[in-house]
Design a protein around this ligand. Structure first.
Ligand code: ATP
Ligand code: MG
Length: 258
């Protein structure tokens, strides 16, 4: 069944949006899987920047690098996030949550983020921060405001929690939570090769939406492809979609499909 107009949220990666009926379906979570260095974070940064340009709300959970690096990373593409972090509630659109330092010896205050998960391997605390922020933002966002959520990446959580059933329950709670908010869409990234097959498969099953970044060496050259493994209620190609990281961020040329 085709989605109604307005039910999709453009990723901001134009070439991809053209291949997925205009964007990601609202009330869904997408698992973005790829090996380290594949471009997962840059994909998310594109998605976030698109949202900020559109006046969407963005909840960005940073787990893989210190949160202050986000501004620097995005500046590389000339995407200035500072105005959106404003404390003026009328202008504030970007909420960065430090879910990094709590799993290191670096004190939280070093990164000056007001929002943080004190102990990211405490999944109940993590969920409470996620749930609280989402509730808070959806309570004052107007009814048609889009809320974009990024968890980059879930791999530290998956790696620091040996109890699989707890991880599964945690991910399930997050996915269901996103699904309850009319205009929300989330991207959860994960590092391929870091987790057991059952964890990867669980992430795919729970979200029902999987994009995979694949690197292949052909005749001595590294080639990068995005594969749409599964996107709910979306007609999509099964071909390998070449992508590049360029000055404009994550770039897909739909004409270059092989
Ligand atoms: N301006 C740029 N032009 C071309 N390539 C770039 C540019 N900026 C970054 N890259 C490349 O992008 C890749 C890193 O992207 P990104 O940080 O999104 O990866 P990732 O999948 O999130 O990896 P990880 O989280 O493991 O570090 C690197 O291979 C880097 O060389
Ligand atoms: Mg990354």
């Amino acid at each position: 069944m085709e989605a109604k107009a307005g039910e999709r949220i453009p990723t901001g990666i134009e070439g991809l949006d053209m291949l997925i009926e205009g964007g990601l379906l609202k009330r869904t979570t997408v698992a973005l899987l790829g090996q380290p260095g594949a471009g997962k974070s840059i994909f998310c940064e594109n998605f976030v920047w698109e949202g900020l340009k559109r006046n969407d709300y963005v909840l960005y959970f940073v787990l893989d690098f210190p949160p202050w690096e986000l501004a620097r990373r995005m500046n590389r593409f000339k995407w200035d996030i500072s105005p959106y972090k404003s404390e003026d509630p009328l202008r504030k659109r970007l909420y960065v949550v430090d879910a990094f330092s709590g799993s290191t010896d670096v004190p939280q205050q070093t990164f000056k983020e007001q929002l943080f998960v004190k102990n990211p391997s405490n999944l109940d605390e993590f969920f409470a921060v996620f749930d609280g922020l989402l509730q808070n933002v959806s309570s004052y966002a107007s009814y048609d405001s889009v809320i974009r959520i990024v968890l980059d990446s879930v791999s530290p959580i998956l790696s620091m929690t040996p109890d699989f059933s707890r991880v599964y329950r945690f991910l399930r709670r997050l996915v269901v939570r996103v699904n309850l908010v009319d205009n929300a869409v989330a991207i959860f990234t994960a590092h391929l090769g870091m987790h057991g097959k059952h964890i990867e498969t669980s992430l795919k099953q729970l979200t029902g939406n999987t994009l995979e970044l694949i690197r292949r060496i052909d005749e001595g050259e590294t080639r990068k492809f995005l594969r749409i493994e599964h996107l709910r209620e979306t007609y999509h190609t099964n071909k390998m979609i070449p992508y590049a990281i360029a000055d404009e961020g994550f770039v897909i040329n739909p004409q270059a499909l092989i």
